[in-house]
Design a protein around this ligand. Sequence first.
Ligand SMILES: [Zn+2]
Length: 245
Amino acid sequence: MFNIYLIAIIFIFGIVIGSFLNVLIYRIPKGENIAYPPSRCQTCQTPLRWWHNIPIISWIILGGKCYFCKDQISIQYPIIEFLSGLIAVILYFKLGLVWYLPIVFLVFALLLALLVIDFKYFAVPDSLNLLALTLSVINPHFIDSISYALMSAGGLALLRYYLSYLLKKEAMGEGDIIVAGTMGALLGFPLFFYALFLSAILAIVPSLMVKDRMVPFVPFLSIATFIVYIFDNQFIRLANWIIYG
Ligand SMILES: [Zn+2]
């Protein structure tokens, strides 16, 4: 069955990737190089020591404060790291130790980064978005995945034309179309539609709360995709029950 040491290794791998996601989330919207310079405090600009860079643990040891200037370090860092570790472990439980487990994990990790970036900056960087889409078709059913990606992205692009025409304003973002391609590749049909429907439901309340401005849609697409990916059988059963009784 599931090996506890293997789970620990997968969790650690997940949080290390999560630590890198923090770098992407912080630097990509600013147009900075993701590899150089090494991490430094955002307030006092002092380069961090190696032991300040250990995912989750460093934040706890430092009490959420910079070692040098004692300024607050956002709790977003350990949260992203933990979520990334959790996603890796959940995917392992879902898929088992298959060769494409790290790839599927990286796709969801990139979706997590896109979720945070869209939420904070109302932007969806093409670099990460296209990388997620490219990785999402790498699995044993890659011909199917490519077909579903094309149909999903094409379908959403059409939907965007319709909505923009009917609402007489730009509906959805271009980034959403690329994310739809990734969703199609990961889920296939009809699960893609369930995830799209679920994301719309998830977005209702936040949309009503902030009437005056646009609601970023990628966070809802990403969360819905993960939920439907994990509970695929339950969603198929639920849909059959709704349709056929
Ligand atoms: Zn500092």
